[in-house]
Design a protein around this ligand. Structure first.
Ligand SMILES: Nc1ncnc2c1ncn2[C@@H]1O[C@H](COP(=O)(O)OP(=O)(O)OP(=O)(O)O)[C@@H](O)[C@H]1O
Length: 259
């Protein structure tokens, strides 16, 4: 494992309680600053993979190492601390609609204040400055005082990215972050995500349905089918035979029209 390896996944398997094997022997590692798009048809296991990485679902076999530490060896408290250092961006934004944009981004700082401060929502100057700078990074600081539920979809996703950034994450995970946005907005939100990954050196894994978008933004594409990695390489190496395998010739899937 090189010094730059932030995430190392070895032989990861996930079997859900009903016996369904959603991931089988998945192995790959991620270096600082990599921008990776994960593609695959619906049900391939993309969300399960991201959820295993941030501990939302327990893994069945294999190991996940973050900065050289096996997550399974951590105490529950240490796992919680680690999860606070993993940013997660959801398709449906997951903002608190009645709070302002600024307050939403401040919640990304919860891991950096004590329990009492968190309880009363007291964030000192350094936290407020950090939240503001994160909003500036994704060009949305002019909406700082808006209620989150008054924003457009693209604006909401920028706020969600700013909140994840406020966590000062080791890794950023995004599960279909642009699936609810129109194509033009999708590309500008993806451009923001990529900019953040590159400027902060934060490796970013993005689950994405749209193949064109993946090809446009990814340094590296990981293709999953039925819980297994079928492809791991650059967008240029992704040929039509591989795409047909990844999408299992599912012509009803719009992404397979390129194959
Ligand atoms: N809690 C669960 N219990 C049982 N099976 C599950 C559970 N969660 C997901 N699955 C199954 O695991 C498989 C992978 O699901 P997952 O959500 O990871 O796929 P995905 O590639 O992210 O799909 P999509 O692109 O539609 O979100 C699917 O067949 C799904 O039905």
């Amino acid at each position: 494992m090189s010094d730059q390896t932030l995430l190392a996944i070895q032989d990861l398997s996930k079997v859900y309680p009903n016996g369904y094997e959603a991931l089988a022997n998945v192995s790959f590692s991620v270096q600082a600053g990599e921008f990776i798009c994960i593609i695959g048809r619906s049900g391939a296991g993309k969300s399960t993979l991201l959820r295993c990485i941030n501990g939302l679902v327990p893994i069945t076999n294999g190991s996940i190492q973050v900065q050289g530490t096996d997550v399974a060896s951590l105490s529950d408290e240490q796992k919680l601390l680690l999860r606070r250092k993993i940013g997660f961006v959801f398709q449906e934004f997951n903002l608190v609609g009645r709070l302002s944009v600024f307050q939403n981004v401040l919640t990304g700082r919860l891991g950096y204040v004590n329990n009492l401060q968190a309880l009363f929502g007291y964030f000192g100057r350094e936290h407020r400055e950090k939240a503001l700078s994160c909003l500036e990074r994704v060009n949305i600081s002019h909406r700082a005082n808006y209620r989150a539920d008054n924003l457009s979809g693209g604006e909401k996703q920028r706020v969600a990215i700013a909140r994840a950034l406020a966590q000062e994450p080791l890794i950023l995970l995004a599960d279909e972050p642009v699936a609810s946005l129109d194509p033009e907005l999708s590309w500008s939100v993806m451009a923001d995500l990529r900019k953040v990954a590159k400027e902060e050196g934060v490796p970013t894994l993005v689950n994405i349905h749209d193949l064109d978008t993946a090809r446009q933004f990814a340094d590296r594409v990981i293709g999953i089918a039925e819980g297994k990695i079928l492809f791991d390489g650059t967008p240029a190496q992704l040929d039509s035979a591989t795409l047909r395998e990844i999408y299992r010739n599912d012509l009803s899937n719009p992404t397979s029209r390129y194959a």
